[in-house]
Design a protein around this ligand. Structure first.
Ligand SMILES: [Fe+2]
Length: 256
């Protein structure tokens, strides 16, 4: 499996606390069956602002230590960028990076407050030649209220990444139910852990996640979301997209 959303760089956000912590996360990832992961520290203007040079130096330290400890996971660099109108300057100024310098960029939205500003930010990202991947849509209140809203964005070429922990209820019942519905209705393109040093979700829960997803969408689709598509992003290749299905009201009330 391949993980395109993790917080394993120490000292740059609310993820890993030190190099030892980062190494433990990597060991658990390897044990769970991951072969490649992308470090995607938060970039939030005025709050978490480590630039590409800072990140690169720390990733090199992690890679060196991982090699000493015989951990065979490939580590790539990216960011989880909090939605901003300033995205062009951040990219050109070396403040943020797309996933492994590909055309794909991971974007985070506010949990509440609707989709205000999203459309213009998406437009800007596309006009710069990038493709936005929106992190954990199942956790946003505007999506929980209206899942079909994602179809408008998917039709524009926007991609969506679901958090592994959401499937197990790590972020509450509503996010769990929303996660399952989004999966069922082909509105998700990647599943990633968003691991923060074991907070909310840890890699030893991976097999449980895999089982639930397998039951919901079958093996082929599960492998597309957890391995194939994430690897294609790292390699800057096209991903597999299945057309989303509009959800009819009340149909999935039984999903818990
Ligand atoms: Fe994250």
């Amino acid at each position: 499996m391949v993980d395109i959303h993790t917080h394993i760089i120490p000292g740059v956000d609310d993820g890993s606390s030190d190099i030892g912590d980062s190494i433990n996360i990597l060991k658990n990832a390897e044990k769970a069956g991951y072969t490649a992961i992308v470090a995607t520290p938060h970039y939030i203007e005025g709050s978490y602002i480590a630039n590409n040079n800072d990140k690169k130096k720390l990733i090199d330290v992690i890679k060196k230590e991982a090699k000493i400890q015989n951990i065979s996971i490939e580590i790539f660099c990216g960011n989880e960028v909090f939605i901003t109108e300033n995205i062009e300057n951040l990219l050109s100024g070396g403040k943020i990076s797309s996933i492994n310098n590909s055309r794909y960029i991971l974007v985070e939205l506010p949990r509440t407050g609707g989709s205000y500003g999203l459309q213009s930010c998406i437009f800007k990202i596309f006009s710069l030649g990038y493709i936005p991947i929106i992190a954990h849509p199942e956790r946003y209140s505007f999506v929980q209220k209206n899942k079909n809203k994602l179809i408008d964005y998917i039709e524009q070429g926007v991609l969506f990444q679901l958090n592994s922990g959401s499937i197990l209820g790590c972020y509450g019942k509503t996010a769990k139910k929303t996660a399952k519905i989004l999966l069922k209705y082909n509105m998700i393109h990647f599943i990633a852990t968003d691991t923060h040093s074991g907070k909310s979700f840890s890699y030893d829960q991976t097999s449980e996640v895999y089982k639930v997803v397998l039951k919901l969408i079958g093996k082929e689709n599960t492998d597309i979301l957890m391995t194939h598509n994430p690897m294609s992003v790292i390699n800057n290749e096209k991903i597999i997209i299945t057309s989303p299905i509009e959800m009819k009201k009340g149909l999935f009330d039984f999903i818990k």
